[in-house]
Design a protein around this ligand. Sequence first.
Ligand SMILES: [Fe+2]
Length: 206
Amino acid sequence: MLTVKYSIATFVWFGRNGEDLPMASFSSRLRFAHTTRLVRDLEPMLAFYCDVLGFQVTNRGMAGDAELAFVSQDPNEHHQIVFIQGIEATDPQFMFVDHLAFRTGSIDDLRAIQADLERAGVEGVAQVSHGNAWSLYFTDPEGNGLECFVDSPFHVAQPYLEGLDLSQSDDEIEAATRADIEGKPEFKPMEQWRAEFTAVLDGSEG
Ligand SMILES: [Fe+2]
């Protein structure tokens, strides 16, 4: 299984030209979950991925000047790919829209990863709530975007991006997220969203 632990280990062992860096603890196992892709022309890309390869658009919307389309064909994944039009690779928000994303098992895993990253000297780690997930965003030694996240118990229409404070308790984080998204479009328990999307996928296969 592909894990980001290897990447972090590589960074720790080789990333600083032999500097004596402390080893990361690797206290959390990561599962690859989704990727993002910058596109020049969104419509033909969606037509190909949906009509030819069988993906469904789960959400679509604007984030600033960028248009995002989330696609999946797995009820356990709100998005397997996010297509993004209208962002340049040099944009300072680049890591939010171009990254490999890894699922962790708990908010505590995110705290452990944050600590590992700090020990490895990684700067600029961003804590983000997507309503349906809580995420850490950071870059690898060559500036490629990475995300480590844990699912929240909720669904809300994407894109959605708010701050996250990992110094809060798990209960405080969940309560704050619920309060933030309760009135937002498509708010519902994640289990309900999964059941509904399973029905959509089953219907599309007939
Ligand atoms: Fe992501």
